[in-house]
Design a protein around this ligand. Structure first.
Ligand code: GUN
Length: 318
């Protein structure tokens, strides 16, 4: 039997519909949520991501601003940009697109973002709130994985969850979110011993280590839920043939296009899992969705908060 497909595009549409209503309500109360994106240099992947983020803002009725400092920007110049955005009351969310050029101290920039506007969830204060189970802004990709699980009615409480990958952006926050939802969590990484056996115990497996087709179909417990965070572009024909030998239509498409997107889970796992996120169209669309959700949440929390004084609001009104 093949797995139930957890459709990220459908879940995105559901959340977008909810967000649209909330944005309409906030805007009619005089608070139009706004996102500011800082895109440095001319990295084409980053340009594409940021363009999609701005388009999502427009679709939902959020205000957006795009700042594009040159690739030669210094740490001090970036700090000044972030400080300006921190002070601007119309900006609810600040997104500094990564990677930053090597001369810029990325950690320092991310730490300069006002935690109340940290819609990427990368600030140490946001991470600290997550660790201690306090409400706050959570990194978008792991938050999106949780939305997929919840909205698909996958039981989490008491489940054995295995997270593959320990990055600050996905693996670590994902493990914390699952733990707070009362799963029993195991975190695996490149030095983990007996990985296949550990994955075989998982009721929920989250693959986020950035290796194409790494999790084999026979590592997946029959009926388990698999969340595949990986997005790897494969261009090598022999690798594509190895991964897609049981998917002739996808292989044919690869031959026409010259590349294919493959997750961290082998495509054959669709025959062992009970439910699985496809790549593309699973976790991918959820990242931008949760960025929008975080921006609306930040607007709601910050602008309803007494920390924003009347003088501040007036001073930055344009
Ligand atoms: N670069 C790749 N993914 C991301 C992301 O989610 N946020 C930011 N800011 N930069 C990225």
């Amino acid at each position: 039997m093949t797995a139930r497909i957890l459709d990220g595009l459908k879940i995105r549409d559901e959340i977008f519909a909810e967000l649209k209503d909330e944005v309409r309500l906030l805007t009619s109360a005089g608070v139009q949520p706004g996102l500011a994106a800082v895109l440095v240099g001319d990295n084409s992947a980053s340009q594409l991501y940021v363009k999609s983020k701005i388009a999502a803002c427009e679709q939902l009725g959020l205000a957006s601003a795009l700042l594009t400092p040159p690739a030669s920007v210094t740490t001090l110049e970036m700090l000044a940009i972030v400080e300006d955005l921190n002070r601007d009351n119309n900006v609810d969310g600040i997104l500094v697109q990564l990677p930053l050029p090597p001369q810029v101290d990325a950690k320092r920039i991310l730490e300069a973002v006002d935690p109340a506007k940290d819609v990427d969830g990368f600030h140490p204060v946001s991470l600290g709130r997550l660790v201690s189970g306090r409400p706050g802004l959570v990194a978008c990709t792991p938050a999106g994985c949780m939305e997929i699980l919840r909205r698909s009615n996958i039981p989490i409480e008491g489940a054995n969850a295995v997270v593959l990958g320990r990055s600050d952006i996905v693996g670590k926050p994902m493990a914390l979110l699952l733990m707070h939802a009362n799963a029993t969590v195991t975190i695996c990484h490149s030095k983990t011993r007996d990985l296949p056996d550990i994955v075989r115990r998982a009721d929920i497996a989250v693959a986020a280590m950035g290796k194409a087709g790494f999790v084999q179909a026979d590592w997946v417990k029959p009926g388990a839920t698999v969340i595949d965070v990986g997005t790897n572009t494969i261009k090598d024909p022999s690798e594509a043939e190895r991964l897609l030998r049981n998917f002739p239509a996808r292989l044919e498409k690869f031959r026409t296009k010259g590349s294919v997107l493959i997750g961290d889970v082998h495509p054959d796992a669709v025959n062992t899992a009970g439910a699985i996120t496809p790549v593309p169209g699973g976790v991918g669309p959820m990242t931008i969705t949760m960025l929008m959700s975080n921006t609306v949440k930040a607007a709601r929390l910050r602008r309803a908060s007494p920390r924003v004084s009347a003088t501040q609001s007036t001073a930055s009104a344009r």
